[in-house]
Design a protein around this ligand. Structure first.
Ligand SMILES: *Cc1c(COP(=O)(O)O)cnc(C)c1O
Length: 387
């Protein structure tokens, strides 16, 4: 019997539809910001990772434009061939200075930073302990590395300790990997306890600061600064594409670690260097983060305002515990989450439904920005109350 070799794709799509898991894109017009034009109508934007409102900032736009005029649009090659510019090094030094590490290295995305770093650090003879709710890039980096992977229950340090005491001695190197702010929940990893366990069992610790950089800590250095762990030995990964309003990823750590990654991370060696525009925008964003702490202060005031009003006026909402500008509330099914997302959109609020397989249970995810105004938050709460 001959079967049509691509027929399964349509069947698979039909299954995705039946489960209410189908996804499609929504068109945004114009500059990013606290309000955006979504498919032609103005909505208040609670869907963005642009926490400090920098992606549409004129200073980033000017820096990117100037870099294009001076250095061109494409970087033309990998960093080790023709793609390396002084601007890349300047950005890496700025990241190291923000993170207070010896050095840093920039990748073409945060996803690639995780894939490249994890595969460089561990292999077949090694063990990875991974938080169950980690970002896809950490999970896939772990799989790609060929190491044995043990997932531990979300933020459960006792379970982690038990696994390590049972398994650690069977492996050469061991790497614990975790989001710092969990991107689809909004809570934080228990960093001080993780550092202690890493120490006790002689493990490396890698934390992904994608949603924390520019957001958490007094100077915006992230979760590490928030917990007072600056200067501790660990591997910090992050992105230039969230609070920094640009595109790209980074790793910050010791001189030796970064030097090693330049020699061993395949997603850095075999891909084209970041474009001058992306680098210049990110560099300007870091300067702004350091010079304008009021942006971060405003962001946290917005978080406090929304939390307070929600607790008062919407006590029945199942809010997930959060220590970040990401606030989620749970809904019984994917269909319910989609419906609420649609109702919010009709009320000119853009806050998307997040469904399996991204997360185990469906929810609406609200992310706050420094540039949201009080009236934006009031409108969100009013729309939620009427649903
Ligand atoms: C967004 C995100 C990434 C990926 O970063 P990109 O630069 O968008 O590729 C990695 N890890 C976490 C936790 C993220 O939220």
């Amino acid at each position: 019997m001959r079967t049509e070799p691509y027929a399964w794709i349509e069947e698979s799509l039909a299954t995705i539809h039946r489960a209410d898991w189908y996804r499609s894109v929504q068109k945004i017009h114009g500059l990013p910001g606290a309000t955006v034009l979504l498919e032609g109508r103005e909505v208040i934007n609670f869907a963005s990772n642009d926490y400090l409102g920098l992606a549409g900032d004129q200073r980033l736009i000017a820096a990117a434009t100037m870099a294009i005029q001076e250095l061109g649009t494409g970087s033309t090659g990998s960093r080790l061939l023709s793609g390396h510019r002084e601007l890349h090094r300047e950005l890496e030094r700025a990241i190291a200075s923000l993170k207070q590490t010896e050095d840093a290295i920039v990748f073409s995305s945060g996803y690639l930073a995780n894939l490249g770093t994890i595969t460089a650090l561990v292999g077949k003879r090694d063990l990875i302990l991974s938080d169950q709710y980690n970002h896809s890039s950490l999970k896939n980096g772990a799989i790609l590395s060929g190491a044995t992977i043990i997932e531990y229950p979300h933020c459960d340090v006792e379970a982690l300790r038990t696994k390590l005491s049972q398994q650690r001695q069977n492996y050469r190197r061991c790497l614990i990997i975790t989001d710092s702010v969990f991107s689809m929940d909004g809570d934080l990893c228990p960093l001080p306890a993780l550092l202690e366990i890493a120490d006790e069992f002689s493990c490396m610790l890698l934390i992904d600061e994608a949603h924390a950089t520019g957001v958490l800590g007094n100077t915006g250095a992230g979760c590490i600064e928030h917990f007072g762990c600056t200067g501790r030995q660990l591997i910090q990964i992050g992105t230039l594409s969230k609070a920094l309003g640009s595109l790209g990823g980074y790793v910050a750590g010791s001189t030796a670690m970064i030097d090693f990654l330049r020699n061993r991370a395949p997603t850095w060696i075999y891909t084209t260097a970041l474009s001058p525009a992306d680098v210049a925008a990110a560099l300007t964003a870091i300067k702004i983060i350091q010079q304008e702490p009021q942006r971060r202060i405003q962001l946290w005031q917005n978080v406090a305002q929304l939390k307070q009003v929600m607790q008062q006026q919407l006590p029945k909402l199942k809010l997930l515990s959060s220590s970040s500008p990401i606030l989620c509330f749970q809904l019984p099914s994917a269909a319910d989450a989609l419906k609420v997302g649609q109702q919010l959109k009709s009320a000119d609020i853009f806050a998307p439904a997040i469904r399996p397989p991204t997360v185990p249970t469906s929810r609406i995810r609200i992310s706050l920005m420094a540039t949201h105004e009080s009236t934006h938050i009031d409108k969100l709460v009013k729309a939620l109350s009427s649903i």
